[in-house]
Design a binder for this molecule. Structure first.
Ligand code: BTN
Length: 236
């Protein structure tokens, strides 16, 4: 992938900026901001965006049906994990939490926000928002710099490593399909065979996390039978 990175000192949200210009742009455009005034997380939450973190939105135009776009969360999680592993000097554990968080030692270090555009029911764009806590993190989360000793992490080289791995996993997903992505994600899955609770608006389900189906839905064992969960937030 030939990434075209545009870096801004500050934006309201890289996601909103990318969406506002995307109709004129090709796949591979990356909008990065050093800080965001109104960074957005999933479910309308705020995303803490002080200087020293990675905040970027990537424009992808995959050749797939819109129902499969959510699989990109797993593709992007793998890229983030691979980039973080390159910085690892001491023992720390990177795990992937369904559907799209990257954890270090059990705490959230990065989040992914996927939004799509359809053109007459066809998927025309996927906006992949990526936020990584590098130098600081909000409460109950963790920053990458905390677990890699003294080594300073410059945001731009880390961004380039994420994009490098994203190219590779994105190509693998497009050429080989989801099963190979799923297999790699499962090797790093957080909480496999443990009890977990999935929250969707107005609903809560608790069961044992049994993995993913072939489309990326979470498999939850409840009272001995397997249920598929397509969207929600997980707590362990
Ligand atoms: C989440 O875990 O809730 C997803 C967080 C996504 C945050 C990123 S930061 C870059 C991009 N711009 C935004 O406004 N949000 C995403």
């Amino acid at each position: 992938m030939d990434w075209q990175v545009q870096t801004f000192a500050s934006l309201s949200s890289t996601q909103d900026h990318l969406k506002s210009i995307a109709s004129e742009c090709d796949e591979g455009l990356v909008i990065q901001a050093l800080t965001q005034e109104e960074g957005r997380g999933r479910h309308g939450r705020n995303w803490f965006s002080p200087m020293g973190g990675l905040y970027m939105s990537v424009l992808l135009r995959p050749n797939c049906e819109s129902v499969y776009a959510g699989q990109l969360s797993f593709v992007v999680s793998l890229a983030l994990s691979a980039a973080m592993h390159e910085y690892s000097e001491q023992e720390y554990e990177i795990t992937l939490k369904w559907p799209n968080d990257v954890l270090i030692n059990g705490f959230k270090s990065a989040g992914i926000l996927l939004e799509t555009d359809l053109d007459r029911h066809e998927l025309s764009a996927v906006y992949v928002g990526i936020g990584v806590n590098i130098l600081s993190a909000p409460e109950n989360a963790i920053e990458l710099s905390k677990v890699i000793g003294d080594k300073r992490i410059a945001v731009h080289p880390f961004r380039d490593r994420v994009l490098h791995h994203l190219s590779a996993y994105y190509e693998q997903w497009q050429t080989e399909g989801f099963p190979v992505i799923k297999a790699q994600w499962m090797e790093q899955a957080h909480g496999l065979d443990n009890n977990l609770t999935v929250t969707t608006p107005g609903h809560e389900k608790t069961g044992i996390f049994k993995g993913l189906d072939d489309e990326g839905a979470l498999l939850l064992e409840i009272d001995g039978s397997i249920q598929k969960i397509y969207a929600g937030d997980v707590s362990l």
